[in-house]
Design a protein around this ligand. Sequence first.
Ligand code: FAD
Ligand code: MG
Ligand code: MG
Ligand code: MG
Ligand code: MG
Length: 554
Amino acid sequence: LTVSGGGFLAYSGAKSFFGPDSSLQDDRKRVIVLGTGWAGTTFLKNLDSTQYDVKVISPRNYFAFTPLLPSVTVGTVEARSIVEPIRNIIKKKLGNVGFLEAECYEIDAKNKKVHCRSTQKTGLEGKEEFIVDYDYLVVATGARANTFNTPGVEEHTHFLKEIEDAQNIRRNVIDCFERANLPNLSDEERKNNLHFVVVGGGPTGVEFAAELHDFLEEDLSRLYPQVKDFVKITLVEAADHILNMFDKRITAFAEEKFQRDGIDVKLGSMVVKVNDKAISTKERSTGLVQHIPYGMVVWSTGIGTRPFITNFMKKIGQGNRRVLATDEWLRVEGEDCDGIYALGDCATINQRKVMDDIAAIFKKADKDNSGTLTVKKLQEVMEDICERYPQVKLYLKNKRMKNIVALLEESKGDDNKESKEFDIERVKTALSAVDSQMKNLPPTAQVAAQQGQYLAKCFNRMKECDQNPEGPLRIRDEGRHRFHPFRYRHLGQFAPLGGEQTAAQLPGDLVSIGHSSQWLWYSVYASKQVSWRNRLLVISDWGKRFVHGRDSSR
Ligand code: FAD
Ligand code: MG
Ligand code: MG
Ligand code: MG
Ligand code: MG
């Protein structure tokens, strides 16, 4: 790996930095991985690093198990327990793998270079800047919290994205209690100090509100008996329901549980402004604006694109998009993007529409060139269509339809159902209906991790495929692609609701809510830890909490 840039060379020297067996002498390609989150770390763990010269660059020298971040905010789990040092992961890899603690601030796709800046000051000149060359670039830099440009949010609220955020929130909750407990406050002031507002009714906001409620009920009310009656939690959501992406049964259960718990759920309310004392909400239906005093606000309304990615998008011709787009092989689409891949929260897959390829599909189906489509002909290509356009398979499954014939039957009531011949226009109508219901994959750890694993597999087989281009990995009719496109497998999703109750939405329309799912949650999250060290720490934190309660020192 070659590194240029004045200051950097002065400190360590390119050659010694990359070790004696640096790839300067061999033909191993240089892979740069940006980010040590779910996507980047899973890629790294699964990559056969003996085939490449690998450099990981991230401002965080650790991986964080984000699903347990809400638990860190109230001390159910300790921050240290859910992070794994990236160097622990690297030391287990063979070959040339290095790490630089820095953030990328510019991708120069034309010259295949990334510009980086260290996170810490390294000398009198301040932060070190350097440039690294790549043959392959894996962009896995995640997303940032989205404020929707609401005034005051950046300054006065807490995000819940990083370990530091969770630790700050924990300190702040305790601070609010200690402040409210001081002798000269009026009841009004105590009430304001103990008003906790959560903005955003998605899984993160809901889970945090639930954790906070448990912490107040189980621990703080006993420690601060004089002020416990002043405590209030408000959850603000702009849509008509919380947990929109979940099954209706889960949403209903969560809303009822929160009501019983005394959590005030304000639906259909948008936050329009935040200042140092109050948060202003506007009711969507009535336009009513309210200024509500608060002690602490946690902002969890979704994610946005990082500024350096936005700049990169402008340069490669994706300036009119909101999120960086890749094809289904996770390759970034655009000018000079050869060798650049993006995965996880920082990117979205531009799924191929059936309608884009409809002419080719018809041509393929119509083997005898008769210009007519029969059920038989369509059935024969159906398997391939479902493989290449997973939205078709999903659509048929959701509608509980067995095959394309049922789909066509639904698309238009035909006078002659016996007819085994299909009108091409009818097929088109049906398929474009399928296209229009295509959804982007959600920004979850599950998606990011599966993408990391998939891309590593592609990288591991790249050489094999180059040497054996007609090998079994090549998809039959698509010479230019050597691998199957990325396919997501949804394994279910949890929504912890507090009080040892969790809602679980599992594949196949299965919904389970209550204490039994809580145990499923404990076991799944314990098993998903990236190392045995983390697993042990997390389980022991849970045990400690059962026995002694949570620690309430700041
Ligand atoms: P991240 O994990 O965010 O990693 C991004 C990495 O890039 C970080 O290491 C960051 O430091 C680094 N980086 C940032 N900028 C730069 C730069 N300029 N240059 C280099 N590196 C950079 N998902 C689930 O599936 N289940 C859950 O229960 C769940 N719970 C969640 C709870 C919370 C509180 C949060 C915040 C998220 C949760 N998620 C959950 C979502 C999940 O965490 C994300 O979808 C996942 O982290 C995305 O992975 P990623 O690798 O794309 O990004
Ligand atoms: Mg990542
Ligand atoms: Mg992460
Ligand atoms: Mg992220
Ligand atoms: Mg994504």
